[in-house]
Design a protein around this ligand. Sequence first.
Ligand code: FE2
Length: 411
Amino acid sequence: MRTKKYLQFGVRQRLYQGSGCISMIPDILETEGWKRVMLIADPALYKIGVIDPIEKLLKDTDGVEYCVFTDIRPNPEAVTIDGKAVPLYQEFKADVMIAVGGGSTMDTAKGVAIVGDSGKKCMDFVGIPQHKPLPHHTYPMIAVPTTAGTGSDVCINAVICDEKGFKLVPSHDCLLPAYSLMDPDMLAGLPFSVAAATSVDTLTHALESYTNMNANDFTELFSLRSLELVGEAIRPFCANPAVDEYANKMSLACMYAGFSLGIASIGQDHVITHPMSEEPFHMPHGDACGMALPAVIEWNAMGCKEKYRKAYNALTKKQVALEDFDVKMLIDWVIELNRDLNIAQNKTFEEWGYNDGEVLQLMLKHPIFNNKDKTKNSDCNYPRVTRMKEFEHIIKRINDYSKVQAGKPKD
Ligand SMILES: [Fe+2]
């Protein structure tokens, strides 16, 4: 589909945002005629009772039966989705999923959604056209995020690991949840490290979608508003996610960045973070995003200085003019935020297992880099054209900047 010629934006789901909005669940089920629910829940949250209010709503709704699936790993595996989650949906004869959790929970439900009654496996859908209707019945879902980070509840991508542990990204309209309920009350118990990493993920989504060559007037509105909210709320929210004002702001920031990301797409940061969250690092996604961000901004600087200035002003509520702005100001702001939020535990990339030899070469072999040297310059959506040798350069700079964040002298 030609996407570059015209501005595009679309919201094909119903969204509710605000304290207590999970109470809409019974109304939604009744409106849609959904009576058999597969509740897909983050296992840790399920254990400590965060999901209880949703289970109570289901128990108290006449005529509704539900089953529970909690076999979810941090990076969901296709084999679990195909071998356990899809069979449960079908055996229970569910007619909708309610996914309650972070990105991995959403992605597990999305894997079930796209497989539907096709008889295929979820990895069969990697690389299919995003907007072309599928010939089989896909399964609907209601998303209830418990972090202010992934934006998965408002976008059409899923991240699922294949049998080798590589993260792949099926992307299709059917992966957009029919409903998303962004209830800030669900964020109240987030541990600091999870609040920090997922919030920095939102910052990265907003920044990367804002500076992507696919960005347009629609998406830039959402990206910039997201950046304003992140600037206001990220520190106090991470310090205490139970404070309504900041939880509300970060939940909106997450949603707005997700809208924008869904159209404008990601940048180099979200490419490099794939190998950073796999062998040998296993870094949480948001921590990898934060660690990579200064080096990615530095590389893109000559491609989008004006946008970085606007982003900086949105984040800081300053009014710095272009002639007074240096991209280093934004880089320093990100490093200070990373440090304050203990992103990547304030350890250097080398302390996470990086070396400028074997490990670097292993990272560069990741399938996410396939075809990076074959893409035409005109099809490159990053603010600055980036080939393999430039990705290699950025990864080396991530290591340098991680030392700055950790307060360690460069070699
Ligand atoms: Fe992300």
